[in-house]
Ligand binder design. Sequence first.
Ligand SMILES: [Zn+2]
Length: 170
Amino acid sequence: MTRVCTVCSSPEVDTINQQLLSGATYTMIANTHRVSWQAARYHVLNHIPPLLAQAKQAEDVAKASDLLTTATMRDEKALSLMASAEATGDIKTAGAMLRVSLVSLELLARLRGELNQQTTVNLILAPEWVSFRTTLLSALLAYPEARAAAAQALLAAEGEQEGQDHAALD
Ligand SMILES: [Zn+2]
């Protein structure tokens, strides 16, 4: 299936890439540029990893591994902010941090796959996903309602991931 990427065709693509790699969520991109958050997500998952693979072929490995480090640090930071927000009962901030973490996580999984020259990555089998899921659900123990909502969102994300993997085989 061919799909036009509104991010790639945007004159602001370089800026958007920079922002995505330095911690912007899909929603933040959608609010700042004329693209939907779905387009931002599609672009991150499908177009940023190949760019990084090209950088690797140009022997610019340092750049790609810098990005891995950045994404890892960003994920850790988001999780720690999420924990402090939860400690003070600030579920709104915790939710925002959860979204930042999910973006980092998806990107990390894709980057690893690309750097290992695999064509597809199953996020839900990645070790980061499993530990993330555990951390999140245990952090939310004190908030049954939020925990139920998070569990539902995780299940939906996992279902969506499986759908994407099937689509990739077409
Ligand atoms: Zn794109």
